[in-house]
Design a protein around this ligand. Structure first.
Ligand SMILES: NC(=O)c1ccc[n+]([C@@H]2O[C@H](COP(=O)([O-])OP(=O)(O)OC[C@H]3O[C@@H](n4cnc5c(N)ncnc54)[C@H](O)[C@@H]3O)[C@@H](O)[C@H]2O)c1
Length: 269
């Protein structure tokens, strides 16, 4: 008997995350349709008939450090007329806690889920298809099942956690904050080792071999600290989100400040 043809999957925003996801979905045998107006790929109408759409648009830092979700809203608004009611819209962009809940209020016809991405920018396809875990923060069981079915084909070895949308949003930001903290502590330890005339590289492996600590993110680069498109902006985004709730996020702020100091200190050498 012939297998029923699965419905098309949309990918909106075809940069690092969307481009890798498009490729991984295609390799997993899905019929994938991309839309990225800035790359002149597709159109909102190309996504007519998609049962699931992944949103992978940028969320840069706003003026107060908050993650700016205007591209997310614009993407969903652009697609509104083309997607059927009940379409599952999975947000892969890194967003502030509460974003999926707010989208669900503004676009009640869609079934939203938070499916944060953890890929490494230098190895996008490899790391997107072999993540340590997949988080699915779905608003309904139907959305969870739809996303789960697709993600199992994309990353067959990854454990899947079912969370509430806000829990998945917080887990993404908390993970990047923890990684930033680890880089910072390694950088401070390197300064202390240095002050004793001991290179951090002589101490680092002994620290990283402790399984409670682990070897990743302990390397101190020539530029020091953390940089790139994700850790600084996501840390700022979490600090801003915490402050909006009246939480000072003192530790995270110290990590952010220390990162600026340690990077400036080295650039002066
Ligand atoms: N790059 C990473 O390593 C990484 C890892 C995990 C999560 N993320 C998160 O994923 C999101 C996307 O990151 P990225 O690195 O892929 O960004 P990117 O800048 O590489 O790509 C974003 C793409 O979205 C397109 N776009 C912008 N507005 C759009 C709209 N309204 N409709 C359709 N397309 C639109 C742009 O043209 C661009 O091609 C961000 O929230 C980021 O924080 C990134």
């Amino acid at each position: 008997m012939e297998e029923p043809r699965s419905q098309s999957i949309g990918v909106v925003g075809l940069g690092t995350v969307g481009g890798a996801l498009f490729e991984a979905l295609s390799r997993a045998g899905h019929d994938v349709i991309g839309y990225d107006p800035y790359l002149k790929v597709g159109a909102p109408e190309s996504l007519i008939g998609c049962s699931l759409v992944f949103v992978c648009v940028p969320t840069p830092s706003g003026e107060e450090g908050q993650l700016d979700t205007s591209a997310v809203w614009k993407a969903v608004r652009d697609l509104e007329a083309s997607l059927d009611a009940g379409t599952v819209v999975a947000i892969k962009s890194t967003v502030p806690p509460g974003t999926v809940a707010a989208l669900s209020r503004d676009f009640p016809e869609f079934d939203f889920a938070s499916v944060p991405e953890f890929l490494v920018g230098a190895r996008p396809l490899e790391t997107l298809t072999r993540p340590d875990r997949i988080l699915i923060g779905a608003s309904t069981h139907r959305a969870f099942e739809e996303v789960r079915r697709v993600m199992v084909a994309v990353a067959p070895f990854a454990p899947i956690l079912s969370l509430r949308p806000i829990e998945a949003e917080l887990a993404k930001l908390a993970s990047n904050a923890a990684l930033a903290a680890k880089v910072s502590i390694a950088n401070e330890l390197a300064l202390i080792c240095d002050s004793f005339g001991v290179p951090w590289t002589a101490v680092q492996p002994a620290v990283g071999m402790d399984r409670r600590i682990g070897p990743e993110h302990l390397t101190v680069t020539e530029e020091r600290g953390f940089t790139g498109g994700c850790l600084p902006k996501d840390l700022d985004g979490l600090i801003a989100a915490a402050r909006s709730q009246g939480e000072a996020a003192t530790m995270l702020s110290a990590i952010r400040d220390f990162n600026d100091v340690v990077r400036a200190r080295v650039s002066k050498v």
